[in-house]
Design a binder for this molecule. Sequence first.
Ligand SMILES: O=c1ccn([C@@H]2O[C@H](COP(=O)(O)OP(=O)(O)O[C@H]3O[C@@H](CO)[C@H](O)[C@H]3O)[C@@H](O)[C@H]2O)c(=O)[nH]1
Ligand code: MN
Length: 365
Amino acid sequence: MVEPATATQAAAPVMPQLKDELDIVIPTIRNLDFLEMWRPFFQPYHLIIVQDGDPSKTIKVPPGFDYELYNRNDINKILGPKASCISFKDSACRCFGYMVSKKKYIFTIDDDCFVAKDPSGKAVNALEQHIKNLQCPSTPFFFNTLYDPFREGADFVRGYPFSLREGVPTAVSHGLWLNIPDYDAPTQLVKPLERNTRFVDAVLTIPKGTLFPMCGMNLAFDRDLIGPAMYFGLMGDGQPIGRYDDMWAGWCIKVICDHLGLGVKTGLPYIYHSKASNPFVNLRKEYKGIFWQEEIIPFFQQAVLPKDCTTVQKCYVELAKQVKEKLSKVDPYFDKLADAMVTWIKAWDELNPPTAGSVPNGKAA
Ligand SMILES: O=c1ccn([C@@H]2O[C@H](COP(=O)(O)OP(=O)(O)O[C@H]3O[C@@H](CO)[C@H](O)[C@H]3O)[C@@H](O)[C@H]2O)c(=O)[nH]1
Ligand SMILES: [Mn+2]
């Protein structure tokens, strides 16, 4: 039986790394008491809270945290008509926080995720591990059988090409979850009591050319390298689908990271996911995605980005064009989604004008 760490067990880090270069983005419809448990790790950082649902509701934030909070009225005011690309009544709204941040790194976490304990009983500082993952290179071109070669006590194994040992910059760090795993509704329905108690002590680079199901619950990324592609799509209110926000973003960022020669890692850190959302509600939200994805995945697997797509924005707009051309036949929703992807990029560039002398994101691999 796994249990979350207690607040006292969460020992405050000696020196919070990247304190002024990282924002923590939290989508929420509830009071943020969960922050009490994270206080030792999160208090030094700036929080961006994206309040979903009724903007007249007050979200209580425990004292002592430095934060900015945006509700739907704020989003509409800031983006004007472009606010149509930000989902309402779905955790996908969190991507607004990525857009308004001015920091290099983002960590996003759900408000029902708590501090996990590793097998020794030590509280896991998820933020610290994500920062380590992002600041260490990835190895997408050749699999290292000792997993993360840059980890203390590991290295590249015999036969690993020396020409590839420098690795590539890491754009995304995808963490996992103890207790309630991120299962889809059908799996939740047939295995209602299943809990994840396995703490696998590994960080892996997801190989180039391989897609993965990105979960937004415990996720960090380098905003400068991949931020414009971290759009969580059109979900929730008024949309035919939900709970595919992070999946859509994960497929888009992986194709773009592969194209630009950037890395995506998954594994440590774990958080303790405390609440299973209602599987029947989830089934209603995600059922179309369950059969649509049988056509979406081959689309992303076959997607090719032209060499002249040298920035994330160019890659993303090209991907939107291909979504419109090739997925609209699946459902008119994808026509709307493709337009929203372009709106997102326009809004992103409006809020994040390129600084003079800035270089385009990674290079086409
Ligand atoms: O309408 C809403 C509902 C919820 N939120 C906030 O989003 C996160 C996640 O909510 P919750 O934990 O209740 O739901 P889960 O099913 O566990 O979410 C995970 O599944 C995927 C959903 O797409 C995703 O990977 C995870 O988010 C909480 O912070 C809620 O407060 C919201 O903003 N709007
Ligand atoms: Mn949850």
